[in-house]
Each structure stands twice: as C-alpha cells, then as structure tokens.
Write a protein that binds this ligand. Structure first.
Ligand code: 0L1
Ligand code: MG
Length: 264
C-alpha cells in the first residue's frame, strides 16, 4: 500500500473531519477533495485522527468493525468492511441519554462486542484464534454518525472518517464465549415500543468472531496488533436505523439481556 497524499495533506484532512465531528456539520466526501487518495492515505488519516484525540488527553477505549454485513455493504455501496477506534467520550451508560444536539444524523445498530484476553496479531488470524483469545462477549449498541452529507461516501472516505464512529452503549449480561451460539443468537430492536429490526449473529460476516479476525489481519497489514484486554464491537447485526430527538430504544439480545437508551 502506498501514499499519494503527503503528511501535510493527511494532517489537514484529519483536522477537517475532526472539526466537522466536534462542530456537528456535514462535509462532502473526502475523495471529492482528494481524488487521488489511496487506501493507505485513508487509514493514515484515521490514525492521525486517533493521534489527535490522544494528544488532547482522550483515551482510546476500544475498536470497532463496520460494514460487516453483505446487506450493509450493498446498502452503502462499498465493497469491504472497515474499522475505527472508540474514544472515552463516545461512551453512553445503559439506559442513558444520547445528546442528539451533539450529533449530525445519528443511526443505531445492534452489535455484539468481544473483550480479548490475549494479543491478536495478523496476518493469518482465524475464527479459532479469536475464540481462544476471547475473555467474554457482551451486547453493545453503536450510534453511528457519518460526517458526510446524507451519509453518502465511498470506502476510502468512510475509513478516513473513523468509520462513522460517534457513541456506543454496552450493557446486558456478559457471557463466556462457549455459552453463546454466536451464529444463531437473535436480536430484537424496538424504537418507541415498535419492533423496527431483527437479526441473528451470523449477519456479521457469517460469524462475529470472523469480524475480529479480519480486524486483527487488517491491523497486521500496518504492523499493528490488538492487545489483550481490548473491547471490540464487531458490526451491525441489524440494519442501521435513523433516530431523532425524543426516540426511546430497547434492544434485546437472546440470552444476554437488554440495552436501552433515549435520544434527548
Ligand atoms: O459501524 C458501521 O457499520 C458503520 C461503518 C460506516 C458506514 C456507515 O456509516 O454506515
Ligand atoms: Mg457499527
């Protein structure tokens, strides 16, 4: 993988996307500004965003995979999953309020998260490696919020934008990985008391552990590893559902409890 953008352009692109995030406005997709941008440039912009957060004193509290279902890739017009980082200020307590005014056009996704107990270093990481390296799994709801106008982007642009990461909730009951049928467990999402979306674990690349394996292998391409103790959200089991101020949601995870929240 090689770069077409220089260090100043990468820094400027990261600053541009972070400003849009913090000041809550939409921008056009980054490849409109930098048509020559490569995948390496896109990941470099995301890692520069991460560096900026840490420089400001924020802690990176986890990682996420995105676009991990074939239906979602087709819906968004992209051809491969992507990853992002999770910052300390992205966390919302279970049952808590998401401050809609801090966001642009949020959507929610039901996910399952893994917490690792061993280092995962690609290439060559498999589902079996991931299961052996997992401490426990637990329910999560991700709130995504693309900085791009009308959620319209291509894969390079969304990678640069930290894969639309913005907020997340964990809750319900953690479970040992051997106690969950990760392909078949069901999820029911209700908004304002109405069932809006349902799904099963296999929506995530056929098996949610495959998503963690792909993350480790993508990190491996950059010479990075996933340390033991990392919290990883594996991608949407349900479709991403647009929410607005005043919406209440509840997501039930078979055998793992419920996560609730509201947009205030
Ligand atoms: O977490 C996700 O699956 C979202 C990744 C980025 C794509 C989007 O904003 O829909
Ligand atoms: Mg997601």
């Amino acid at each position: 993988m090689s770069n077409n953008l220089n260090a100043e352009q990468i820094a400027a692109a990261a600053a541009h996307l972070e400003k849009a995030e913090l000041e809550r406005y939409e921008v056009t997709k980054l490849t409109d500004d930098y048509p020559e941008m490569t995948y390496k440039d896109a990941f470099d912009i995301q890692w520069e965003l991460r560096r900026r957060k840490e420089e400001k004193g924020h802690k990176i509290v986890g990682l996420k995979m995105g676009l991990t279902s074939w239906a979602k890739m087709a819906q968004m017009g992209v051809e491969h999953p992507c990853y992002g980082f999770l910052c300390d200020y992205f966390t919302v307590p279970d049952g808590g309020e998401i401050k809609t005014d801090e966001l642009i056009h949020p959507k929610i996704e039901a996910e399952i998260a893994f917490v690792t107990k061993k280092t995962l270093k690609g290439p060559g990481i498999t589902i079996a490696d991931v299961l052996a390296a997992t401490d426990f799994v637990l329910p999560a709801v991700e709130i995504i919020d693309s900085r791009y106008k009308d959620f319209k982007f291509d894969l390079k642009s969304v990678i640069a934008d930290n894969s639309s990461s913005t907020r997340f909730i964990t809750g319900g009951q953690m479970q040992r990985v051997e106690n969950v049928d990760l392909k078949n467990f069901g999820v029911v999402m209700e908004i304002n008391g109405e069932v809006i979306a349902t799904g099963a674990g296999a929506a995530v690349l056929g098996h949610p552990a495959a998503s963690v394996a792909m993350l480790a292998n993508m990190f491996g391409e950059r010479g990075e590893e996933i340390p033991a103790g990392t919290f990883i959200m594996t991608g949407g089991i349900t479709a991403a559902i647009q929410c607005k101020k005043g919406d209440n949601f509840s997501v039930r995870y078979q055998g793992m409890g419920t996560i609730t929240g509201r947009f205030g």
